[in-house]
Ligand binder design. Structure first.
Ligand SMILES: N[C@@H](CCC(=O)N[C@@H](CS)C(=O)NCC(=O)O)C(=O)O
Length: 234
């Protein structure tokens, strides 16, 4: 059965290629499952009917038959459970892949998102600049530990790409090109291997092609304020 996901028809430039429907699109591309997309204008995510699909008023969601799911990690796990290609066939391999999925979302992503909050979403707040050194310190610790564990393996569990790699690479690439990631060539090469996969390229192209909308006036005002402040602090 062909699933339907939700995505935004517009996001600010810094978010293009990072919106979390990309993780779901990537998983679907890896397993060769075609899908449909319902596009939401900015603001629509907080109103019915989308609130009914996603209690926090966010994307992505995933609908197939009478199942509606939210949370990109849960969606990727469901795709991996219902298709071949993202979980190893043996139960222990599947358990290890899930372990890495949680590590990506629950251990590595929190400080990475703190960085995004301090440098993008709340860049104009007085507390953001003072927080940045401690955020970078925590990211650096996680990246160092992850780099050590990955070592010279191709993927986190060895030779087989899993849903754990998909989510870990999706998280790491939020900081692609930033010195805190560039300090770890092992991780840079790992992200490059993941994002060179044809399934990732198709998913990214599809997300980018979906940005055909326009921002609402309140968002234009916010972006202009951010730009003006960046000009002042540059
Ligand atoms: N933990 C959620 C996070 C979803 C999320 O943060 N979605 C963002 C886009 S990447 C969103 O919809 N933001 C708009 C909003 O919160 O209004 C997931 O992984 O699905």
């Amino acid at each position: 059965m062909r699933p339907t996901i939700t995505a935004f028809d517009w996001v600010p430039d810094f978010a293009k290629g990072q919106v979390r429907d990309l993780r779901v699109r990537w998983a679907l591309e890896e397993v060769g499952q075609a899908y449909d997309v319902v596009y939401l204008a900015q603001g629509e995510q907080k109103a019915p009917p989308h609130r009914g699909r996603q209690p926090f008023g966010q994307v992505p969601t995933y609908q197939v038959g009478d199942l509606t799911l939210f949370e990109s990690g849960a969606i990727v796990q469901h795709i991996a459970d219902t298709h071949d290609g993202l979980f190893p066939p043996d139960p222990n391999g599947r358990a290890r892949a899930i372990e890495w999925m949680y590590a990506a979302l629950n251990t590595v992503e929190p400080p990475v998102m703190d960085h995004a909050i301090a440098t993008l979403f709340e860049a104009d707040k007085p507390w953001s600049k003072p927080r940045l050194p401690s955020i970078l310190h925590r990211i650096d610790a996680r990246f160092g530990e992850l780099s050590d564990r990955l070592g010279d393996k191709t993927w986190l569990d060895g030779d087989v790409f899993t849903a754990g790699d998909l989510l870990m690479i999706a998280v790491l690439r939020i900081l692609e090109g930033e010195p805190v990631l560039d300090a770890y060539p092992t991780l840079v090469a790992y992200v490059a291997r993941g994002t060179a996969r044809p399934a990732f390229r198709r998913a990214l192209d599809a997300q980018m092609a979906g940005f055909t909308g326009t921002p609402p006036p309140a968002v234009i005002a916010w972006l202009e304020k951010q730009k003006a402040q960046q000009g002042e602090t540059a």
